[in-house]
Design a protein around this ligand. Structure first.
Ligand code: NAD
Length: 434
């Protein structure tokens, strides 16, 4: 099929590259000329394992990028993968997506009388926002609107393993207004979900566009709540002098609970959980429902960075001293620092008058934009040199094996927010929930 993907960020670039790899003919559209230029050189503007290899293989063949929407009517399907950030009150900011939806509609107003086109929203939008996006596409398309079908197809990939996740999903959700749209999506995905690792076919959920998006929000809310509950229980374990990991390893053996997302620590961040849980809370409130458990999910998460700092305070006064922050990305495998727990940790250290030295294998540049005055080291060992304390914020594998690097600190105090550090002898080591 001929596919347009509007928006070439984490989701759009992964989608475009994987669709091309599955045999479709793909045009990626982005308003940012630098993003488009990078794609046409065969590399992604973002860091995502495996993505550049796919781009190198297909750019110049089945995949190309442009800033122009003009080619849309010559394709069969257009995906919208535009960011949907939070407003200050936590509600979803649809402005960027609505602008792209309207421009998409305007381009499709050129559809021929016998053409039919499917617009699919990949971005995450609250159920009440779906109608706004559907209307924006129709308004742009004008008299061609009756030849434009609308669907939502929420994305469940995780940054850091986006390509793998996209190709091996636990489920695929089609939210459509017509059987024709469902069939188009089935045809589009057929070569992809046939490529899964297991023998079992990937479950396809067929529903309406609003329910499809609620599935996405419920999914993320459940995962965030699971981690926050693990953190709440973990904080209690620490207060009792117990190891939360020993407890949760056993809890996870119950197959009604499952072993994943029970790792307690400094909390969840990134571009999805915080914004999606906030958007769901705000949308629920607007619709007249107060969601107490979702509120608590966020409250527990917000407190974890301060708990990490308080453990450091127990051992050392950081005012005027160097403190190393190990890990700036919101999780390993990505350069994304949006809502990273490193942000409140750095803010807390600066409030205490510390000199912060940050280190991350890939995310230094993005954090430097936010904290230009913080010092950034080229290696964990360099960050630790002369520091009175180290806070481990991201579980990059390399932090497991710092070993001798801690000896670069006069009197090493290490507070681990991710239970990643192996060496615990000969240093003062504190685990956040163990
Ligand atoms: P992103 O910010 O990385 O990328 C968005 C891209 O859209 C940018 O390259 C930007 O230049 C481009 N853009 C903005 N306005 C445009 C316009 N009018 N026309 C063309 N291009 C435009 O966003 P992302 O992380 O890929 O997220 C996209 C959506 O997918 C969001 O709704 C997000 O919630 C959802 N989602 C993200 C993830 C994730 O892990 N990042 C996972 C699942 C779902």
């Amino acid at each position: 099929m001929r596919v347009t993907v509007v928006g070439s960020g984490y989701v759009g670039t992964t989608l475009a590259a994987c669709l091309a790899d599955a045999g479709h003919d793909v045009t990626a559209v982005d308003i940012d000329p630098d993003v488009v230029a990078a794609l046409n050189e065969g590399r992604a503007a973002i860091h995502e394992p495996g993505l550049d290899a796919l781009l190198e293989r297909h750019v110049g063949g089945r995949l190309r990028a442009t800033t122009s929407y003009d080619g849309l009517p010559d394709t069969d399907v257009t995906f919208l993968a535009i960011g949907t950030p939070s407003n200050a009150d936590g509600s979803i900011d649809l402005d960027g997506l609505l602008a792209a939806a309207e421009t998409t509609g305007e381009a499709l107003s050129e559809l021929g009388p016998d053409d039919r086109h499917l617009v699919v929203v990949k971005s995450t939008i609250t159920p009440p926002g779906v109608a706004d996006v559907r209307d924006a596409v129709a308004a742009g398309a004008g008299s061609a609107a009756d030849r434009v079908d609308f669907a939502t197809n929420p994305e469940f990939l995780r940054e850091g393993s986006a390509v793998d996740d996209f190709r091996n999903p636990d489920k695929v959700v089609f939210g459509t207004d017509s059987d024709w749209a469902t069939e188009r999506l089935e045809a589009l995905y057929a070569p992809l979900i046939g490529a899964g690792d297991g023998d079992d076919p990937v479950p396809i959920v067929r529903t309406d566009p609003e329910t499809a998006m609620m599935i996405k929000y419920a999914n993320n809310a459940f995962l965030a709540a699971k981690i926050s509950l693990a953190n709440d229980l973990g904080n209690a374990c620490k207060a009792f002098g117990l190891d939360a990991y020993e407890v949760m390893d056993a809890v996870g053996l119950d197959d009604r609970i499952g072993e994943r997302f029970l790792r307690s620590g400094v909390g969840w961040g990134g571009s999805c959980f915080p914004k999606d849980v906030d958007a769901l809370r705000a949308a629920a409130r607007s619709a007249g429902y107060e969601p107490p458990l979702l509120d608590a999910t966020v409250a527990v998460n917000d407190r974890q960075p301060e708990r990490l700092l308080a453990l450091l305070d127990d051992h050392v006064d950081v005012a005027g001293e160097r403190v190393a922050v190990l890990g700036l990305a919101f999780k390993p495998g990505t350069d994304d620092t949006r809502n990273s727990r490193a942000i409140p940790v750095i803010e807390g250290l600066l409030e205490r008058g510390a000199t912060v030295v940050g280190y991350d294998p890939v995310a230094t540049a993005t954090m430097r934009d936010r904290f230009p005055d913080v010092e950034y080291a080229d290696s964990a060992a360099a960050a630790l040199t002369g520091a009175v304390g180290a806070l481990v914020v991201t579980d990059w594998d390399e932090f497991a094996a710092l070993d001798d690097a801690f000896d670069a600190m006069a009197d090493p105090v290490v507070v681990d927010g991710r239970r990643i550090v192996d060496r615990r002898e000969g240093i003062t080591y504190e685990g956040l929930t163990w």
